[in-house]
Design a protein around this ligand. Sequence first.
Ligand code: APR
Length: 249
Amino acid sequence: MPFDPTLLAQARHVVVFTGAGVSAESGIATFRDKLTGLWEHFDPAQLASAEGFRADPPLVWGWYQMRRAGIAQATPNPAHLAIAALTARVPKLTLVTQNVDDLHERAGSPDVLHLHGRLDAFRCLDCARPADGPVALPEDALQGRRIEPPRCTRCAGPLRPGVVWFGEMLPEQTLERAFDAAQQCDVLLSVGTSGVVQPAASIPRLALAAGATVVHVNPQPASEGHAREFALAGKAGEVLPQLMRQAFT
Ligand code: APR
């Protein structure tokens, strides 16, 4: 039986859980894309770690500034916009993302739970103090080069991006709010995530176990192992606007 869109229209609490796939149509590269240029011989796990950063700060800072420049240049796509529109149509919506970009915010979604942090929430590697003001983005950062990280104004440690690196804990309160929402919602839309990186990946299963209907939006085949679990195959930027039309017109 296919997913009945009226379930979405009647839901009191919807959780939207997103991954890299929701930003794919905005042109944001994912971790699974092969690294190029200066970084082509590196594994993302090497660069995205405190050890990697300490080993070569300009190499890692330059990589994040290139990604930051790519995000700045990108715009929200119809999937981000459909999710923001859904917020206005249901009594309660909790948006949980694994993405470190700000495309959900720029599409108009308030209160985004960033499980893996935000690239532009810069803080000191040594004393954790947030950056004092805006951190300049070099004009040529998109071309990809080594860039010396700015220094903390208190302890002179290097600034780091506000993402959760390999080997680090997810922000506790954010994770707790996401788990709570998953256990209280009626419908959970899981959009553009491979569902392999824990603990985030357990969120759809938590919702299912608590009685919610779970809908996976992904061009790749997704699990439909439970009677309340559905897969809508396709690109998020096409499937979500269509789902909105079916549910609300
Ligand atoms: N629409 C919907 N889904 C898409 C689209 C699209 N246009 N394009 C790709 N996808 C799907 C892919 O099929 C894949 O299942 O998006 C998923 C992306 O998977 P990952 O790259 O593994 O991203 P994600 O699930 O967010 O990864 C989780 O792992 O790389 C680390 O910390 C990083 O937050 C990230 C985490």
